[in-house]
Design a binder for this molecule. Structure first.
Ligand SMILES: NC(=O)c1ccc[n+]([C@@H]2O[C@H](COP(=O)([O-])OP(=O)(O)OC[C@H]3O[C@@H](n4cnc5c(N)ncnc54)[C@H](OP(=O)(O)O)[C@@H]3O)[C@@H](O)[C@H]2O)c1
Length: 324
């Protein structure tokens, strides 16, 4: 592992440092992809100083496949050099206990995750989403229990509203288990967290690990000449071709000019932009090849922006009809 390759940032007011660029295993680590390719991406990540791997019980397909692959591929000698996360909440099996944030479901799904990961504990366990049908007190008491029973070192929430995040942080603090981190979506195409979530996280000392900072690949040069057959938009499961709109393409072309002037690719500019705010601890990228990952980590070579550059990015979004 090359620990000089990228900066490690403090996650909120905790003792935990995370790399500026982290790897997510949502796509590219399922049973449909060759194991050698998955191994190559994982080893490249480790070479690049990526110490933080984001997984969830559902990631695959099939459900659980990403955890099983990671469990198989992580060299055991590196266990204490990496941060492994998983999440629970989304449907995993039939019946009333197969989903949601009840104590009943969360304990069972994490125990199944640990078996697939071949680990005794995860470093961070997340509630993948809020569950309005389960009292928040029960949700956070379960997180506290997971830490106290050694199944997780830290806990986080994902896709929670600013108000529910503040409530969860307060309740967890009372229990003595701080809320480590929130995991929201954030990119140049989705700036919602700037409105109030980032302020709430700062106030409560909670870190922010953002997902889909490249908008699943839209904020790269991937789609400038059509939809490649091996792309996520061609696969069409979570990113559909209709999201590759003329407005998005116009924005990306404008970004390409701005990125070129900084000596960066569009993807590198998009990642550096998401990291410009020190309240963002880490960007969680996906990669379908080791080359993509290597190129993305190079974003950290130029994280500073001038006020003029930021204004030009905002103007380009507006010009493309994507903002204000
Ligand atoms: N908490 C949640 O609800 C939630 C939701 C979504 C994601 N996540 C987490 O966030 C992680 C990242 O999400 P994401 O995969 O959507 O992130 P992303 O980084 O926005 O998109 C990754 C995709 O963009 C393309 N790409 C990446 N680098 C590229 C480059 N340099 N040039 C061209 N194309 C490039 C690849 O698509 P191709 O396959 O087309 O090559 C890659 O699979 C997930 O793995 C997961 O851990 C969490």
């Amino acid at each position: 592992m090359d620990y000089e390759r990228q900066p490690y940032r403090r996650c909120g007011r905790s003792g935990l440092l995370l790399p500026a660029v982290s790897l997510g295993l949502w796509h590219n680590f399922g049973a449909g992809k060759p194991l050698d390719g998955q191994r190559a991406i994982l080893h490249k990540a480790l070479d690049l100083g990526i110490t933080h791997f984001d997984i969830a019980d559902r990631y695959g397909p099939p459900l659980g496949a990403a955890e099983s692959a990671f469990g198989r591929l992580l060299p055991r000698s590196l266990r204490d050099e990496v941060v492994v996360t998983t999440k629970g909440s989304n449907p995993m099996w039939d019946g009333p206990y197969g989903k949601g944030n009840s104590r009943k479901h969360l304990l069972a799904t994490l125990d199944r995750s640990l078996a697939r990961l071949e680990l005794d504990f995860v470093d961070i366990f997340y509630l993948h989403r809020d569950d309005p049908d389960t009292p928040l007190e029960e949700q956070v008491a379960t997180l506290d229990h997971l830490v106290r029973t050694g199944r997780a070192l830290y806990v986080g929430v994902s896709n929670f509203s600013p108000q529910r995040t503040a409530e969860a942080a307060r309740l967890l603090r009372e229990l003595g288990t701080p809320l480590l981190v929130h995991q929201p979506s954030y990119s140049l195409l989705n700036r919602g967290i700037e409105e109030s979530l980032l302020g709430v996280l700062e106030e409560h000392g909670v870190g922010c690990v953002v997902y889909s900072p490249l908008a699943q690949g839209l904020l790269t040069d991937r789609y400038l000449d059509g939809i490649p057959a091996d792309s996520r938009a061609a696969e069409g499961r979570f990113l559909t071709a209709d999201r590759v709109t003329p407005q998005v393409l116009a924005f990306v072309r404008a970004l390409a000019g701005l990125a070129g002037a900084r000596g960066q690719s569009v993807a590198q500019l998009a990642l550096a932009w998401a990291l410009r705010d020190s309240r963002v601890t880490s960007v969680l990228v996906g990669a379908s090849s080791p080359e993509q990952l290597e190129a993305n980590v190079a974003a950290v070579d130029r994280l500073d922006f001038t006020a003029d550059e930021l204004a030009a990015i905002d103007a380009a979004a507006k010009e493309a009809g994507l903002a204000g």
